[in-house]
Design a protein around this ligand. Structure first.
Ligand SMILES: Cc1cc2nc3c(=O)[nH]c(=O)nc-3n(C[C@H](O)[C@H](O)[C@H](O)COP(=O)(O)OP(=O)(O)OC[C@H]3O[C@@H](n4cnc5c(N)ncnc54)[C@H](O)[C@@H]3O)c2cc1C
Length: 311
């Protein structure tokens, strides 16, 4: 049974669809609190929000500086659940709102259920080695959650909802924005990819990963990797590593190549519709978790697969 009111809060346009989809799944009425402009407000109304509070961005405003007006709105409207996108700023905002409402935040939630009007959530603990289930008792439950947890509902461009505009505040946060620069490195939106190829330490050099890239481009897949490939070897950017401390995805298909399948990696993809793995060790943990497994040496099998796909 759904709860009555769900709010979603995000400053990232790419997350509006999934969060609104989650709101629709769990609640009867969805309110989106957004930071940005008219485009974001429209996106939310097309994707399932019933009402939008839009904090219009002026150059110096930071999201968490607006915790007070949001907390006031929450006191008035008393939603059952507030889902804040777990960006760095989102986590700060969630903590500030929760303290103003005299409650606490449940962080990085990966599963939700609305049971008899209460919210029950699951999240990983002990570095991904265990899952904790918690039933929230506060009147308004505040959580942070990421991508890959919910699915967006189909866009309905005929939906027009009430958009209430508010001015985003720069002052009162104790922090002043001095300068904003584009982030160096790649801009990747892995969570939008339907097909993903992930590479791990089974590859002996950065150059060898080109084989997987060729395969990915032949099947229209996005490239991803395990943590050691990004953090240790630095062969791929940090934006591309999957797992408990990286990105969580829900693609149609995930092909892991030369990845052992440790839980910290697999929690990032275990909601894929189909999981496939190639590993030369038949006892690799990944084979216990996939739908299709191929025990093979990357260096022998990848050139053959690529040849077949090209034929
Ligand atoms: C708190 C914490 C958080 C973590 N967070 C993450 C995270 O978010 N994401 C993440 O990925 N990891 C994370 N890790 C690390 C994780 O535990 C694993 O160490 C990591 O995922 C292993 O990466 P890998 O599978 O690429 O390498 P390995 O474990 O070294 O596995 C390489 C695999 O390649 C296979 N192989 C080798 N040569 C070939 C070949 N020629 N052909 C075919 N197969 C071959 C081997 O059989 C092996 O199974 C975390 C760890 C901790 C403690």
């Amino acid at each position: 049974m759904a709860v009555k009111k769900v709010w979603i809060i995000t400053d990232d346009q790419n997350t509006i669809g999934e969060l609104c989809g989650g709101g629709r799944k769990l609640g009867e009425h969805v309110t989106a609190v957004l930071f940005g402009g008219q485009a974001q407000a429209e996106e939310a109304s097309f994707l399932g929000a019933d009402q939008v509070y839009l904090f219009e961005q002026n150059g110096n405003a930071i999201m968490e500086a607006n915790s007070q007006p949001i907390a006031e709105l929450l006191r008035e409207e008393k939603p059952n659940l507030v889902m804040v996108y777990s960006s760095t700023r989102g986590k700060l905002l969630a903590g500030k709102i929760a303290s103003q409402l005299g409650t606490s935040t449940l962080s990085n939630i990966s599963e939700f259920a609305a049971e008899d009007g209460s919210i029950v959530v699951k999240h990983l603990v002990y570095g991904g080695a265990a899952i904790r289930t918690e039933k929230a008792l506060s009147e308004t439950v505040i959580v942070t959650t990421g991508t890959g947890v919910f699915e967006a509902i189909p866009k309905d461009e005929s939906r027009q909802v009430n958009v209430i505009k508010l001015e985003a505040k720069a002052e009162q946060s104790g922090i002043r924005v001095l300068e904003t620069r584009p982030k160096q490195g790649e801009v990747v939106n892995l969570s939008a990819a339907k097909r993903v190829v992930g590479v791990g330490r089974g590859f002996a050099s950065k150059d060898d990963i080109k084989m997987a890239e060729e395969l990915a481009s032949l099947v229209g897949a996005e490239m991803a990797c395990s943590r050691p490939i990004a953090e240790g070897e630095k062969w791929m950017s940090k934006e591309r590593y999957i797992g408990v401390s990286g990105v969580v995805l829900k693609p149609d298909i995930y092909l892991s190549i030369g990845i052992s399948g440790q839980i910290q990696h697999m929690v990032g993809v275990n909601q894929a519709k189909t999981l496939v793995a190639i590993n030369k060790d038949k006892n690799a943990p990944v084979f216990k978790q996939v739908d299709i497994g191929l025990v093979a040496d990357i260096y022998k099998v990848l050139p053959q697969i690529i040849e077949k796909l090209k034929a």
